[in-house]
Design a protein around this ligand. Sequence first.
Ligand code: GLC
Length: 564
Amino acid sequence: MSHFVAMTTIVGTAGSGDAPWWQTAVIYHVYPRSFMDTDGDGVGDLPGVTSRLEYLVGLGVDAVWLSPFYRSPMVDFGYDVTDHCDVDPLFGTLADVDELIARAHQLGLRVVLDFVPNHTSDQHRWFVEARSSRQHPRRDWYVWSDPAPGGGVPNNWRSEFGGPAWTLDEATGQYYYHAYLSEQPNLNWHHPDVRRAMFDVLRFWLHRGVDGFRLDAFRRLYVDLSFPDEPENAAYDPAVDNESFAVVPIHTSEQPELFDTVTELRRWIDGLGDHVLIGEIYLGVEPLMRYHGTAERPGLHLAGNFNLLWTNWDADSIADLVTAYESALPGHAWPNWVLGNHDRSRIASRVGERQARVAAMFLLTVRGTPTIYYGDELGMSDVDITPDAVQDPWEKNVPGKGFGRDPVRTPMPWDLSDHAGFSTVAPWLPLGPDHERRNVERQRDDPTSMLTLHRRLIELRRTVPALALGAIDAVVAVEGVLVYRRHVDQQQVFVLLEMAGRPVTIHMDSLLGTDALPAVEGIDAIEILMSTALDRQGVEGTAVALRADEGLVIGLLHAATPGH
Ligand code: GLC
């Protein structure tokens, strides 16, 4: 077996037939500003999302998660909230949310909201009161510190968006802490009234019928209130890294109280029905596991797994990642995978257009709940934003280092009409230069388009139970091809993903003769269930010829296989 580059047997176990919806679901992430504008202001809105729900049904997804639409001065585009229980007029009204939820449910779609528990806007009534005086009963809803003994910031804590994580409130002479912008003061989750208020927010939305929450900036809810300096990070490279990497956030993330809150939240929400909690948790495999809790002290339903965002896109690295992740997951936990979101470079830009198809096949056939970022199903890329068009506060704070998120938040191209059918006026961010070619109308009926690929892969997931809930094993990198098996009961399928950009033949019979697959008998032929090129299907010999950048889902045929 000299051609084996890496070989590991791992077993991510199969889910059960009565699995909760969020285990079998495909989640679709909508950034409402950029999905569909119905009131002609160049910014997407909630009626816009509602008007496009049928599209999502056609695509085959099960749930839609919406980035924030709450009242906000929009300094961080809605992640700076002034009222967690109301809708910003830019996006519509509470009645529009009700309408969206009702229509989604009618269509069989679940609705997941973005919950922003870590901070509010500095314009939020709570913060306005808190900063009004040191004696105000609301003061301790936020995190305050006196200046350092000689003056200046209390310690070395850094903001994610550049600069210190402390801003002086001149009127009261104390600094307040903000993990993100100074316009986003952190709530003090140690305060029981804060916790109560935030649980009330969740209750408010659950009563309106939502099916779950994505928990924004979740690692950061608690900080060490004795405010020790963070240790320096030896790996920090100021030339390329985000400034916050200069320190290791051991006093501002993963505080012990957070995990009590996780369990409390999980037990509480499970007591109310069939909901999902998805954490935004940027962590490597091992530290991420803590968020799953234990069988006795449950954690989040889905601990956001963002490891694909920084893992090299090659068969060895991805095989290692899948193996490490699946081996680390506790038995009670369920995996999930994310290829992109509103904060990170799009997959098509990271790996190229051809590999983006392979990535789609990976996302929709690997074990775990997949999340698709809007537009990735069309193969949208990052869009160049000229300096005068920059909107993102991060880019404004730290220009030119590539942190800006505008490129991944450009409008969804729907059709060939003006502004790609997104709006009747020039949108808040430019459309991609390829929107006349790359849009829903063009791709919908094209039998080999990226959109059709997504639709067909989702359909395959529905019809092949091994893909939705089956176990995963035999994760191998062989000659630049990532191979894995999914199986449940008597059904098994293999996924072969050519990731090195060159044609290669994989001999399934010799692959199956190895220790990696002790359970598999010899085979007579394979059946191609789907190619990423969407141009071939059917029975072939056991030597599988993959074209460059091709992914295949295949079944195995034994002599005894009916019909063979
Ligand atoms: C999360 C969001 C990001 C936002 C930040 C602050 O990381 O995904 O868009 O800027 O939190 O709320």
